[in-house]
Design a protein around this ligand. Sequence first.
Ligand code: TYM
Length: 326
Amino acid sequence: MKRRRAFSGIQPTGNLHIGNYLGAIRQWVALQVEFESIFCVVDLHAITVPQDPRVLKGKIRETAGILFASGIDPKTVFVQSHICAHAELAWILNCNIPMGWLNRMTQFKEKSQRQRERVMAGLFDYPALMAADILLYETDIVPVGEDQKQHVELARDVAQVFNATYGLTFKIPEPLIPEAGARIMGLDDPGKKMSKSEDRPGHAIYLLDPPDAIRAKIMHATTDSLRDVRFEESRPGIYNLLVIYEAFSGLSRPDIEARFEGRGYADFKRELAEVVIAGLNPLQSRYQEVTADPAFLDSQLAEGGNRVRPLAEKALRLAKERMGLG
Ligand code: TYM
């Protein structure tokens, strides 16, 4: 029987953090067993906001290295700009997505506020490219963190409208959001999602942070003036730290609350830091190994692209034919 297919992507910008790991990468690793998987380093999405060309190239390799070190099969990873079909299908979908749909995207609203007068058309159109990524590969499921759900829903909507208008062309994908860790918040501001584009020192735990940096960031994380360690959403700082503990330890909420009964925040934070350090240790020790030979890593990414290109080209050909192009 043909295995169902999982597809997802990650931007090679900033530093990958534990939100990316718990919301996405860790479940990608687990899903590989059951699903035929394809993972994309989305450099064309990265340029929707200004990037330094010298930095971007290195970040693409760093991102791929982190995926490989986490346990993703290198054969299943490719770079988005290596496959022209992504940009071409994005244009076609552009012509099938009403502006009103894009206007409703909450991520655009947030990101465009940050860019102010330099908001490029590509940032507005970002979900069309993401829909193209997903629809080129007959994707069944799209494992993502909570913040990407709205974009996956837009991909479903455009696929449905396209199929209804031009005849069956695209498979309709489903988002898959993890139970624990789908929305990790900033350590310094638990009202805001942990994000690669925030560069305040205490905001995020990066996947390549050394143990001492992890300890310092967790000890300084914003909490409140209470002291009991309990899962209460009305106390966002301690709640976020508990969610991180839950996701890394695999323990249940009642077990965690029982463990820290009467022990206070400082004690909890110290233990949390050790759980995070231990959770990231296998990834960190493999990272040096998988990135030691940049030419080899490049050849793995080129091969990854060669493996999936025929799938993408086939889907693009069908979409063009359906629309009467060429
Ligand atoms: P990106 O690069 O912002 O994030 C990569 C993945 O990490 C998840 N994530 C989080 N999960 C939990 N808590 C957080 N604080 C957190 N921050 C990020 C994201 O939900 C995502 O799953 N547009 C996408 C990349 C993309 C894509 C695709 C994804 C492009 N094409 C096709 C799926 C399918 C993005 O910018 O992710």
